[in-house]
Design a protein around this ligand. Structure first.
Ligand SMILES: Cc1cc2nc3c(=O)[nH]c(=O)nc-3n(C[C@H](O)[C@H](O)[C@H](O)COP(=O)(O)O)c2cc1C
Length: 195
């Protein structure tokens, strides 16, 4: 099983967040971690249908690529997740993954009756995002979504790398310092998990 799963949440294979996440993956591998990469746009994952088939076992009953992915996420000690800002939150691909993890929320809070806030982090997450504009609140919406998504994975947010004023594919390549920061973060993330 991999130590880290890297999830690409942008529809663009070679977009800004993908380039940053690639660097983080490289950094983690340089530190000796096994990293699996998943492009959400390659998977067939239905949105949550709100049928609560997960109520009995905590497992989502929709049979699609989410099943394999959630097992990989739960088997990893670290998640590197990258999503662009779309309408002040995560991309639709990322949001669909989050919504399907409502099954984990049901397992944790309805079936196992964990008290809110009374859990120990067993995983760590590195989150990467980029948006076109430069506003102070650009990442506020998505960070709230990330907080509660990571909660169901018993995951603490280890670090968030957030970049403003990146719009067109390849824009990030004009900022080698951003790519270096992502590479370094990947390395440090792996070292923290390998401790
Ligand atoms: C559907 C859509 C919605 C977007 N919404 C926002 C937004 O709310 N705020 C913003 O600053 N940029 C927004 N953008 C721009 C992207 O965040 C930006 O181009 C980003 O660099 C894309 O990252 P990627 O190359 O990894 O996909 C949007 C782009 C698209 C396609």
């Amino acid at each position: 099983m991999p130590l880290i799963t890297a999830v690409y949440g942008s529809p663009r294979y070679k977009g800004n967040t993908a380039a940053l996440l690639k660097k983080a993956v490289q950094g983690a591998r340089d530190a000796g971690a096994r990293v699996d990469e998943v492009f959400l746009r390659d998977l067939k994952i239905s949105p949550c249908l709100e049928i609560y088939g997960c109520k009995k076992t905590g497992r989502c009953v929709i049979q699609d690529d989410f099943q394999g992915l959630v097992d990989r996420l739960l088997a990893s000690r670290g998640l590197m997740l990258a999503s662009p800002v779309f309408f002040y939150t995560v991309s639709a691909h990322t949001k669909i993954l989050m919504d399907r993890c409502q099954s984990l929320w049901v397992k944790k809070y309805w079936i196992e009756k964990v008290a809110f806030g009374q859990w120990k982090p067993v995983r760590k997450g590195l989150f990467i995002s980029a948006g076109a504009t430069g506003g102070k609140k650009l990442f506020d919406g998505m960070l709230l979504s990330i907080k509660y998504f990571f909660d169901v994975l018993d995951m603490e947010l280890w670090r968030a790398l957030l970049y403003r004023r990146l719009d067109f594919e390849g824009d990030v390549l004009k900022y080698p310092e951003y790519l270096d920061e992502a590479h370094q973060a990947g390395k440090e993330f792996a070292n923290t998990l390998l401790k």
